[in-house]
Design a protein around this ligand. Structure first.
Ligand SMILES: [Zn+2]
Length: 121
């Protein structure tokens, strides 16, 4: 197994950074970055293949049709939930135009969404 992956970003080798400069004298180039596979985190991450977000999104934008075709979705997915609305006393500040504010109580609504365990039907 290789200790490095070349970044898959289609424009990686065109970014003008010191980290990409290779060669000597008049024979210098900008080269695709290579990504050292030196940690469990890197090896199990999307950044095992991309040196940064820009290269990742360049790749996604260039290949979006092919990527979407890997796992297409023909209908929306749904997650069963319960929505609970609770009233509670809160307050706001009404500015009086003279540099001050008045504290005004009001009844606010808190909405809580919880998932439903539908494994029992
Ligand atoms: Zn890159």
């Amino acid at each position: 197994m290789s200790d490095y992956n070349w970044c898959l970003g289609p424009n990686c080798h065109t970014r003008e950074t010191q980290s990409r400069v290779r060669g000597s004298g008049d024979n210098k180039v900008l080269r695709t970055r290579r990504i050292k596979q030196d940690s469990h985190y890197i090896r199990n991450s999307i950044f095992s293949y991309f040196c940064n977000n820009r290269c990742l999104f360049d790749y996604l934008n260039k290949h979006v049709q092919a990527i979407a075709a890997i796992a297409p979705r023909s209908k929306a997915l749904e997650t069963p939930i319960k929505v609970k609305k609770e009233k509670y006393e809160s307050y706001r500040y009404d500015w009086n135009g003279k540099g001050g504010a008045e504290r005004v109580p009001y009844t606010a609504t808190k909405t809580t969404i919880t998932s439903v365990d539908n494994s029992n039907g």
